[in-house]
Every structure is written in structure tokens, then in C-alpha cells.
Design a protein around this ligand. Structure first.
Ligand SMILES: Cc1ncc(COP(=O)(O)O)c(C=O)c1O
Length: 476
């Protein structure tokens, strides 16, 4: 349970915060919803600060979905019986709702339901027609589910490369990005992938990359998983060829559903490595032939998670009702406050407790703040210890590298030599295994992970304040 907060000090801090961030007032709808739809947070005294890990669902979303299930009879879609048709109709409504939410034209974009963002990315990786003479280019700053596509590229003989990040901001200078896309294009099948928002540092990489890379002949994969929960994305303006996302990150429920939003023209370029129930028009055993279905159906293997797909419509309605601008503004204000307060926490010798990774303003940065804590002599305080102590205060944060090794390696100053040295130690080569403990031993003295705080729809000042108070206790 949480330590006792000095409520008077909290009120005073909130007054000052509201004065310095007058735009926060415009997001008061989120406070109303916190009381009504997220009352469980305060009832159990939770400070939930892991929205980049998973969004939270509103109680009313669940009630609406439960009511729909209780009031109707639904069968497996794609048949012509009445219960099946009712379900098909709701699944197609959900697809249209995704189009509308992202302002994507139905003629231009297909919405393929997947189990999550990783599954959406895998569909692209396994089907993209990589071959010798092609190129797969990524930014250092990527989730492993984007990094993993490199294995498909390498297996089929395509070149793979990374665009580095620059410290301290953990961005890539535009000129460097331009050099990479110009110098690495092959004119064949060239795929470029990057995240709209880093799940490590919260940095928002320019959406302008999309058009610029396309103009040089690249197909572009936008990993929107960490961006879309707190930012509007307009696919009538920025038009990636493929976009991956997970719905639970946007509105908490349902888990197990994501989407690959793909240009129909680019789907035609993909070659699926197999067929399955649902993806073909005809397959024959004796004739040894199969014919793929058109559009979305060719990528949706087997039976969809159909009973929960209508909850996607409910979740998107909910976000629209709250207003993405409100959510965005709220998260930026809270992140901004944190970015100003954390550097003020210092040991008696004047050394700061926290080192924050990424930019120190909320300009092109989302509501995610990642850091490490250091002792009075500059020694790192293990991120696992920070997480354990936060848990004692009922504060949910995330620590580690967040499946983003490139971001982590840059932030934590782990060099290529060091990493190659780690992976080529004889006992590692022999066992072909590498545990977090091996990693820790190998980069002795350096941190192997970081501490991440992330805000979302239901966050309020109290949550941010609790984290700052928790951090202060380290130096007291
Ligand atoms: C930027 C980014 N991409 C992809 C993913 C993968 O999402 P999922 O685990 O839902 O497939 C995550 C998850 O944290 C993420 O933050």
C-alpha cells in the first residue's frame, strides 16, 4: 500500500502545477472520467504509471461490451446463418471504425485484425518479398518486433542496416536520416521501419520520414504501438505503407487484438508463406493448388477473436469521446512537470538522483519519461531495486530495456565492442545461451536497464506527484 502522502503539500504542488500549466485545465474531462470510469485506481490506491506497457480500460467500456454479449446470440462469422451474419456485421463495423479513427480511406487501406502489434509486424516480415539485392533499414530505436524482421530479410539474402541515434536527445538528425535512405536504396524491394514514438525514450520520430522515404522508393512500416494511445494519427496526411498497433495499449480492453493497417496496393506485393483456413478462396488436396483470398481475408488466419472485436469499436468510441487532444495535452503536461521536478532531486553533495534519457522538453516527445537513479557517488542504483521499492508504494512502473535494445544500448552507453565481447565469451558460445545475469556480469558497473514512467488517459497529477515523492525518499 502507498506511504502516507502529505495531502496539504500535494494540494499546494498541484496548485503550482496548474498555474504553470494552464492548458491542463482544458483536460478536466479526464478527471471526471477518473472518478467515474477508473474509480478502481483510487479505491485501491494505485499509482499506475505504465501506460506504454498497457492502457487501462474504462468500467463503462466493459459494461457496454458485456451488455452486447448478454443481449445477442453470436456465431462464428463468415457464414450466412443469422447468428454468424450478426457477428460478421459487427466485425466489419469495427474495421470501418478503425478506418474512421485514423482517417484512412477504405479504398486505400485494409485493416487486418491481428493478435497484437508484433503479429502485425510478423505478417509484413514473413511476406515481404526480400531477396538478394534488397534492403531492410531500421532506426536503432525500435521494438524487438521490428528488429526481428531483420531475420526474415537476412535469411532471404537482403542487406540489413540501422540508422544510429544521437545523444543526448536520442533522435536521428534529419540530415543523417536522409543520407541513409539515399545511400542504402537499391531500387528493388526496400523496406524501412521505425516507431512513431519510442517505447524507450518517448521521443517522437518525425512522421515526415514516411513521405521522404517513399519518395526515395522505400516501402515504409510505421510502428505506431506507442504513439497512438496518446496522439492523433491522420492517415489522410501521413501515409505509411504498413502500420502496426495493439488496441490494449490504446484503451486497455480487449487484449489479444491488434491491427495491420496496410495500403491495399502494397498488400498485393506481399507473398504469404502458407495458407490456412479463412485465407483462401479455394484450396485443393488432389489438385495441389490454392488461391488466396483478396484484401484483409488473405492475412487473417483461421477464426478471428470475434467476440471481442466489437469491443474495439467501443474503445475507439471512448477515445473519441474523451478527445485525443485532451489525452495528449494531459500526458504532455504531466511529463513536462516530471522533466522539471526530477532534476531538482539531489543528494546532499549536489549530485542529481536521476539521469533522464532523451529530450528534456515535451517538444516532439510523448508522455513517457525514462531514467536511471544514481547514488551520491555516481554509482547506478539497480533498476530492479527501484521497481521493487516502487511496488511497495503501490506504484506501477516498468523497468528493463522494454524490448528496445537499440534505445537501451545508446542510452546506457553500451558499445558495439563491449556487446560483441559479451556474446563471444567462450562459455556463451558453447552454451548458446545468454541470461540477464550473464549480461549484468558482462557490463559490470554499467546499468543494464532503465526505469520508465508513462502516462495515459486516466493519469492525474496525484500519480505524477507520488512518483516524485517516491524518488525524493532516495536522497532523504
Ligand atoms: C513501440 C512498440 N512496438 C511494438 C510493441 C509490441 O506490442 P505487442 O507486445 O502488443 O505486440 C510494443 C509493446 O510494448 C511497443 O511499445
Amino acid at each position: 500500500m502507498a506511504v502516507n502522502l502529505d495531502e496539504a503539500a500535494l494540494l499546494q504542488a498541484e496548485r503550482e502545477f496548474r498555474e504553470s500549466h494552464p492548458e491542463y485545465e482544458t483536460t478536466s474531462r479526464c478527471d471526471e472520467l477518473r472518478e467515474k470510469d477508473f474509480a478502481r485506481l483510487d479505491a485501491a490506491d494505485h499509482a499506475y504509471l505504465d501506460y506504454t506497457g498497457g492502457g487501462l480500460y474504462a468500467a463503462s467500456q466493459i459494461a457496454r461490451h458485456q451488455q452486447m454479449l448478454a443481449d445477442n446470440v453470436f456465431g462464428n462469422p463468415h457464414s450466412v446463418n443469422p447468428t454468424s451474419l450478426a457477428m460478421t456485421d459487427l466485425c466489419e463495423q469495427a474495421r470501418k471504425r478503425v478506418h474512421k479513427f485514423f482517417r484512412a480511406s477504405e479504398e486505400e487501406y485494409a485493416v487486418i485484425f491481428t493478435s497484437n502489434a508484433s503479429h502485425a509486424l510478423k505478417l509484413v516480415g514473413e511476406s515481404y518479398p526480400f531477396g538478394p539485392g534488397d534492403h531492410y533499414l531500421m532506426t536503432f530505436d525500435n521494438h524487438n518486433s521490428v528488429n526481428g524482421i531483420r531475420e526474415y530479410a537476412k535469411a532471404r539474402g537482403a542487406a540489413v542496416s540501422y540508422i544510429p541515434l544521437a545523444l543526448p536527445n536520442m533522435r536521428t538528425p534529419m540530415s543523417e536520416f536522409r543520407n541513409y535512405i539515399r545511400d542504402n536504396r537499391t531500387g528493388n524491394n526496400d523496406l524501412f521501419a521505425y516507431p512513431a514514438q519510442s517505447n524507450f525514450s518517448g521521443v517522437q520520430h518525425p512522421l515526415e520520414y514516411i513521405g521522404e522515404a517513399q519518395a526515395e522508393g522505400w516501402d515504409v512500416v510505421l510502428d505506431a504501438a506507442a504513439y497512438v494511445p496518446t496522439n492523433s494519427l491522420d492517415l489522410s496526411v501521413h501515409k505509411p505503407d504498413f502500420m502496426a498497433l495493439s488496441f490494449y495499449k490504446m484503451f486497455g480492453y480487449p487484449t489479444g487484438i491488434g491491427a495491420l493497417v496496410a495500403k491495399r496496393s502494397k498488400l498485393a506485393k506481399l507473398r504469404r508463406p502458407w495458407f490456412s483456413g479463412g485465407t483462401i478462396t479455394v484450396a485443393s488436396v488432389q489438385g495441389d493448388r490454392y488461391y488466396m483470398a483478396e484484401g484483409e481475408a488473405a492475412f487473417e488466419d483461421g477464426t478471428l477473436n470475434y467476440l471481442t472485436i466489437p469491443a474495439v469499436t467501443i474503445g475507439l468510441d471512448y477515445l473519441d469521446e474523451v478527445g485525443m487532444e485532451n489525452i495528449h495535452e494531459r500526458c504532455c503536461c504531466l511529463a513536462d512537470w516530471l522533466l522539471h521536478e526530477l532534476p531538482k532531486i539531489r543528494w546532499s553533495n549536489g549530485r542529481p538522483l536521476a539521469r533522464i534519457y532523451g529530450p528534456c522538453t515535451t517538444n516532439h516527445r510523448g508522455g513517457t519519461v525514462t531514467m536511471n537513479f544514481y547514488g551520491p557517488n555516481g554509482e547506478v542504483i539497480d533498476h530492479l531495486r527501484v521497481e521493487e521499492e516502487a511496488a511497495r508504494d503501490n506504484i506501477s512502473i516498468r523497468t528493463g530495456c522494454f524490448c528496445n535494445p537499440g534505445g537501451g544500448e545508446v542510452a546506457l552507453d553500451l558499445t558495439e565492442n563491449e556487446l560483441v565481447g559479451c556474446f563471444t565469451q567462450p562459455h556463451i558460445v558453447e552454451s548458446a545461451k545468454f541470461t540477464p545475469e550473464d549480461f549484468r556480469m558482462c557490463v559490470d558497473g554499467k546499468s543494464t536497464g532503465a526505469v520508465r514512467v508513462s502516462f495515459g488517459l486516466a493519469s492525474n497529477f496525484r500519480d505524477a506527484y507520488r512518483f516524485v515523492q517516491f524518488a525524493r525518499r532516495f536522497v532523504e
